[in-house]
Design a protein around this ligand. Structure first.
Ligand code: ZN
Length: 112
């Protein structure tokens, strides 16, 4: 991977972190527990709870991805960045630019 490719990926990671942090803020609002004294009707309340559950799930996934992206940012200047942890081949700039948090190449990710 060239330095230029790394610079581009670094930009991608920083942008993704900013987007995720915004998304997490919005989701945290939506994932707040529904107050028991909520004046909603029963059906609306069930819908609200289902929606809250979905938000919570996306929120959890977002937190995991945020951690992975931050880890990728710490690794990016190290020689192992972009190298698959399974087969030690280059993951490839294409995949890294789409999923910069990748630690496995496509083949190993499929087998995992
Ligand atoms: Zn691999």
């Amino acid at each position: 991977m060239t330095q230029k490719e790394k610079d581009t990926i670094k930009e991608t990671i920083l942008q993704a972190i900013t987007d995720l942090e915004l998304q997490i803020e919005t989701l945290e609002e939506k994932a707040k527990p529904i107050a028991p004294d909520c004046s909603l009707g029963r059906l609306t309340r069930m819908e609200a709870m289902a929606e809250q559950e979905v938000s919570q799930k996306i929120l959890d996934e977002s937190h995991i991805r945020l951690t992975r992206l931050k880890n990728a940012l710490l690794r990016i200047d190290k020689p192992m960045f972009g190298i698959c942890i399974e087969c030690e081949e280059e993951i490839g700039a294409g995949r890294m630019s789409i999923r910069p948090e990748s630690v496995r190449c496509v083949a190993c990710a499929d087998n995992h």
